[in-house]
Design a binder for this molecule. Structure first.
Ligand SMILES: [Zn+2]
Ligand SMILES: [Zn+2]
Length: 366
């Protein structure tokens, strides 16, 4: 079978739409006809040369679709099922899954990081050459062959463009507030970065009953949408932001600060803006070679805590359902996140638009 895919052949070059040969799913694998794929900032690190990758590769780690075929032994889904794809293929059995920390499950990590399937081979070829996939998925393509652990069957009454976002931005953001930080009612929250993930941290904090919820961004255009998602105050990211946050929290600093972008200097500001004894949750992924300066004494004597949040500490199988149920109940805004829709061959425009901060979330619709 053949399909169209957006391929990255080297860093610092645009995506190219190519015709790819695709093999049927092997045992334990499924073929997904993609419906939607989200434009997430994390893929950009590879394009920008900030993270090494095997090439040629199909990027995209946020998506939804319909199961077209299943390989031998697949019990989790059947053809016709709607699914949201998960970039963490949780095994349910490893040490981390047993500790109820499936977001850091390491069962398939080595092969997924290598861009391959669990048997160490690939299902895609381009001009006879092996094609790698990101996150065990590769959603920037008409079809994906993935492990059955990489899909979560979902209710069919949810638009698939909305369901795609649950696979990364929503889980990462809402999960960070609910699970990683464990925000409590009445606590003060500051969220640095009001993009796709930041808006979800804001609505996650609102679900937890936080007040005030302070959105911080360098782009004043994002203030209005931040308020729509539950921010009670919006601040520009400038030299006075720490003092402004302290003013809104009786001089102490916020109970919780979240950094959603992955910029070391912004992480340092988030640490400065949290109150003594408060919790800083780092959500954004920094470039691989970047370091963040943490003043050890400030952490020790004031008991400020720093938590890393991978995938919002969610359990994809459990929480994709939870988030879609909350959406259907009118308690989570998902449709409003999709501010721009693109065709696959518009992917370079989609990323250009994301980089200028113009959209909450762009989604490729197939
Ligand atoms: Zn992502
Ligand atoms: Zn596991």
């Amino acid at each position: 079978m053949q399909m169209q895919a957006a391929m990255l052949t080297e860093a610092h070059s645009p995506f190219k739409i190519e015709t790819i040969d695709i093999d049927p799913p092997k045992a334990g694998e499924v073929l997904v006809k993609m419906a939607a794929a989200g434009i997430c900032h994390s893929d950009w690190h590879l394009v920008a040369g900030k993270a090494p990758f095997p090439a040629p590769i199909i990027l995209g780690h946020e998506g939804s679709g319909i199961i077209e075929a299943v390989g031998a032994g697949v019990k989790r889904v059947k053809p016709g099922d709607h699914v949201t794809l998960s970039w963490k293929a949780c095994c349910g059995e490893c040490f981390y899954c047993q500790q109820d920390q499936p977001a850091i499950c390491d069962a398939h990590a080595a092969e997924i990081n290598a861009g391959l399937m669990s048997d160490g081979t690939a299902r895609m070829r381009w001009r006879g050459e092996r094609v790698y996939i990101l996150g065990g998925l590769g959603t920037f393509a008409e079809y994906a062959v993935v492990r059955q652990e990489s899909v979560v069957p979902i209710r069919k009454d949810v638009p698939l463009a909305v369901a795609a976002l649950v696979g990364c931005a929503v889980s990462t953001g809402v999960g960070a507030a609910i699970y990683t930080a464990e925000v409590r009612p009445g606590q003060s929250v500051a969220v640095f970065g009001a993009g796709g993930v930041g808006l979800n941290i804001i609505q996650g904090a609102a679900l937890c009953g936080a007040d005030p919820i302070i959105a911080v961004d360098a782009n004043s255009n994002k203030m209005e949408i931040a308020r729509d998602f539950g921010a009670t105050h919006c601040l520009m990211s400038d030299d006075s932001v720490v003092a402004e946050i302290q003013k809104l929290s009786e001089g102490r600093g916020a109970d919780h600060c979240f950094e959603s972008v992955g910029i070391p200097a912004l992480q340092e500001t988030a640490i400065a803006a949290v109150r003594p004894g408060g919790i800083v949750t780092l959500v954004g992924i920094t470039p691989q070679d970047a370091g963040t300066t943490i003043l050890g004494q400030v952490i020790t004597v004031s008991e400020r805590k720093i938590r890393g949040s991978a995938y919002g500490s969610v359990n994809p199988t459990r929480d994709f359902h939870l988030f879609l149920d909350l959406y259907q109940a009118g308690k989570l805004k998902l449709e409003e996140l999709v501010t721009q829709r693109y065709r696959l061959d518009e992917i370079n425009e989609a990323y250009a638009s994301m980089l200028t901060g113009g959209v909450a979330r762009g989604v490729i619709v197939f």
